[in-house]
Design a binder for this molecule. Structure first.
Ligand code: AMP
Length: 409
């Protein structure tokens, strides 16, 4: 196959993030973001990453819908000689949040796939409609080009039923497709593989706990390259304490808020997803700001940090037990890659489990994957910067290259 470029699209309800990559060397040719689509104050920021003219360009003008947004992106790419009509473009890879139990692999999009992603809207009401709009728009723009869906849930479809099922009435659960799906799967897949690479091992040969700590946060237990448990569930609300989400709470908190607090389901949804977690505990969801406040002696920020770490530690411990043997713990995403105090506190006191960080190695700032545990430690603690766009591009390219090879056989 001669075409080697992949356009990665991540379509939100009012935004589109994109990157154009060349899979010969995994290099990035351009990237950008359209935000506030449908508002008066829309903005497109495009950054070409090749050639002399590598300065970002911005458009600040109303962009009515995803169709207009994608056409504006296509025009910016054309300006750089990277247009969507180029024969070098092999496919478009779309991030799709929820693939339910159906999609275990990246999938070439056709009418049946679109219908199934649409059928999953009830379990992903915020994300799947926006992802679908992005896909439909891109398909209208390049109907002849393979378009591939890469699902956030796919990596977790290998979880055994014992981890994926909630202990609730089976009929009710099945009727409403209630089970633990997990999210951030593209990141967990990429980071667990990279962690193996970092240790000079094959993914099949190691067990890894991946801690994806961004504004959203999730942990996963990966045995020999296969996910066996993850902390997010039916929705991304379950699990760790996050920037604005509560993570685990007793479900009875919700009935209590309904009966005693007289709150509606929608109000509680907003409370737990948008006004809880770090922001609910101390008014800030940025770990940098929380650390700054702690350094000034702020007790509210201290408690928020301690709650965050306590939950993280519980997940490390439980995934240690799930895996039996752990070879590596990999920290990733905004907090995991940058916040040395979080990494240090998360494994503090776990020497008996073979876990420790070397303070000097932990303090190093770098964009490269690196081990931060001392040599004597039995478990490698690592920082592995995630790259979801590269992983989407890689999976998309592998699929279309494979299909092209099969056609030529
Ligand atoms: P993400 O969702 O992966 O983009 O992560 C965003 C979060 O990463 C922010 O809300 C911050 O809490 C955190 N973050 C980013 N940079 C830093 C940093 N230098 N130190 C600590 N936390 C950071």
């Amino acid at each position: 196959m001669t075409a080697t470029r992949i356009l990665v699209l991540n379509s939100g309800s009012s935004s589109v993030k994109y990157q154009l990559l060349d899979m010969r060397d995994n290099s990035r040719l351009a990237m950008g973001l359209v935000e506030r689509i449908g508002e008066e104050t829309s903005r497109l920021k495009h950054t070409p990453l090749t050639g002399e003219d590598a300065e970002s360009r911005e458009q600040n003008r109303p962009i009515a819908d995803h169709d207009e947004a994608l056409k504006a992106v296509a025009a910016e790419l054309s300006h750089d000689g990277l247009g969507l009509d180029s024969p070098e473009l092999a496919a478009i890879g779309h991030r799709v949040v929820h693939g339910g139990q159906t999609f275990t692999q990246p999938t070439v999009i056709d009418a049946a796939v679109l219908a199934e992603v649409e059928r999953l809207i009830p379990v992903a009401p915020l994300h799947n409609p926006a992802n679908l709009t992005g896909i439909r728009t891109a398909m209208a723009l390049r109907p002849d080009l393979p378009q591939v869906a890469v699902f956030d849930t796919a990596f977790h479809t290998t979880m055994p039923e014992s981890a994926a099922r909630y202990a609730i009435d089976v009929q009710t659960a099945d009727e409403h497709r209630i089970r633990r799906y997990g999210f951030h799967g593209t990141s967990h897949a990429y980071v667990s593989r990279k962690a193996a690479e970092l240790l000079g091992k094959q993914p099949e040969d190691i067990n890894v706990i991946v801690l994806h700590l961004g504004n959203g946060a999730s942990a996963s237990a990966v045995r020999g390259g296969v996910c066996v448990d993850t902390s997010m569930g039916l929705t991304p609300l379950e699990g760790l304490v996050m920037g604005t989400r509560s993570g685990d709470v007793d479900p009875a908190v919700i009935f209590h808020l309904m009966r005693v607090g007289k709150m509606s389901a929608d109000e509680i949804d907003v409370l737990l997803n948008k006004k809880s977690g770090l922001i609910g505990l101390c008014g800030d969801n940025d770990m940098r700001e929380i650390r700054r406040r702690i350094d000034e002696g702020d007790q509210e920020a201290r408690l928020a940090f301690d709650i965050y770490i306590h939950r993280l530690k519980k997940y490390i411990g439980s995934y240690y037990a799930v895996l039996g043997r752990v070879d590596a713990i990999a920290f990733t995403a905004g907090v995991g890659e940058n916040a040395a105090p979080v990494r240090e506190a998360a494994v503090a006191g776990l020497e008996e489990l073979g876990l420790a960080v070397d303070s000097e190695l932990n303090a190093v700032r770098s964009d490269e994957p690196r081990v931060i545990s001392p040599e004597y430690a039995r478990v490698a603690v690592a920082v592995v910067p995630t790259d979801e766009e590269l992983e989407i591009a890689r999976q998309t390219y592998a699929l279309v290259a494979n299909q092209a090879a099969e056609r030529n056989d």
